[in-house]
Every structure is written in C-alpha cells, then in structure tokens.
Design a protein around this ligand. Sequence first.
Ligand SMILES: C[S@@+](CC[C@H](N)C(=O)[O-])C[C@H]1O[C@@H](n2cnc3c(N)ncnc32)[C@H](O)[C@@H]1O
Length: 234
Amino acid sequence: MKNIKQSEIDLVAKVFSDVFDKYDLMNDIMSLGVHRIWKKNMIDWMNPQKGSCLIDVGSGTGDIAKSFLERIKFQGKVTCVEPNKLMLKTGKRKLKNLNKIEWIAASAEKLPLESENFDLYSVSFGIRNFSNINQSLKEAKRVLKKGGRIFCLEFSKVENEILKKLYKTYSRSIPHIGKYVTGKSEPYEYLINSIDKFYNQEELSEIFKKNGFYKVEYRNLSGGIAAIHSGWKI
Ligand SMILES: C[S@@+](CC[C@H](N)C(=O)[O-])C[C@H]1O[C@@H](n2cnc3c(N)ncnc32)[C@H](O)[C@@H]1O
C-alpha cells in the first residue's frame, strides 16, 4: 500500500465528517462492543504509570484518553491530536469533565509539538487512515522521549480460514448496518475496503522497524481481526 493521494485525504475527512455524531454508537454496534475490550487490551499492555504523558493521535472522540486517565487515577496528562474538527468537538464535549486532556487539531504527519515530550504514543484505528504512515511514524519518534514507547491498535489479518470466511461474510453486512443506523453506507464501504487493503501484522512490524523503532512486537486480538503493535524509541 502506498501513501494516499489528496483525493483520498479528502475522502477520509468526508468519511469522518459524515459519521462523527454516530461514531461511538456505530463502533459499539459494528463490533458488538468488542472495540472496548481491544482498547482495554492496549491500555493493559501499555501499563501506564502515574505521572506519565500520553499523546493519542487520530484520537477521534477520546476513548483512549479516557481509559488511560482512569487507569492512572488521573495522575498524568494526555494530548489528543485529531484533524477532523467535528470528531474533536464531539470528543471535547463527551469528556468535558476531564481537565487533564489537551485537544489539538492537527495531523499525525505534522505534529505541532516539541520533540521528546511524551512517554507514550498511541494510535487506535487511526494509522490505516493516515496519508503518510512513514512520515507519521517519524513524527511519533520525534515527539517521544528516549525510552518512550509507541502502541498501535488496528484492524489486521485473520489467519484461521474458517474465522476468515465468517469475518468476510459479516464485513459485507457492515455498510447495510451503517445505512440503517446513520443513513449512509459509503463511509462503511470505505471502512471495509481500507481494512482489506491494509498491511498484515508482519508488514506493519517491518514499517515500524524501518522508521527506527526497536523491539517491535505485536499481539493479535480476536484471532487477528485486530492487532496491537508496539515499539520503543531508544
Ligand atoms: C476510526 S477513527 C478512530 C478514533 C479513535 N482513535 C478510536 O479508536 O475510536 C480514525 C480517526 O483518525 C483520524 N485521522 C484521519 N487521518 C488522520 C491523520 N492524517 N492524522 C491523524 N488523525 C487522522 C480521523 O479523523 C478519525 O477521527
């Protein structure tokens, strides 16, 4: 998969502008609530310590920020970076009582932030949408402190043939569910196609390594429907 073109950047922006108000609801419906377990799995692996600083990029409506802050009993900080103003506004409103979150309207490829400022970097179901993954990972590495760690939760590739068939059949119903709930099927067609075209676990690991992360590992979730990748800046 190559870096995507301007027309595709516009398409991604339109997709999220079309669904921002039903984004959380659709996540729960499409994944039957499982996305919450996957996000919790990422926070479990991250095992954040009190006082740590997280940057969550492609933060959407802020699920990771909330979960992270709850885990460290609100003794730390999160910077949520999200280019879509409607998603960002929805997140800000949803988490208005959490004053440990800074919200920034920006893209992963160009973070308007100082270098070596964060202990942890996370991206959850966002990297697939980034227009330039290599540039985004370079930026991730730049803003992480030495000894900092990146975590990436993303849809991935199922290996078991039976599960693969079941998942494929279920995936085909998602645009119909999307149409029923939000009145639009196109954003969900984009979602299914983008998952299909995306890298497998090993390919994504190689990209992390190529961009200077060390000790890159991944863990499959639900048989590889999703995976969490992690790497260190040293
Ligand atoms: C599928 S949502 C995931 C939201 C949230 N992280 C979650 O797990 O629920 C992907 C998000 O990535 C954002 N996004 C798209 N392109 C981006 C980019 N180049 N840089 C940062 N975020 C981007 C979208 O606007 C959208 O809010």
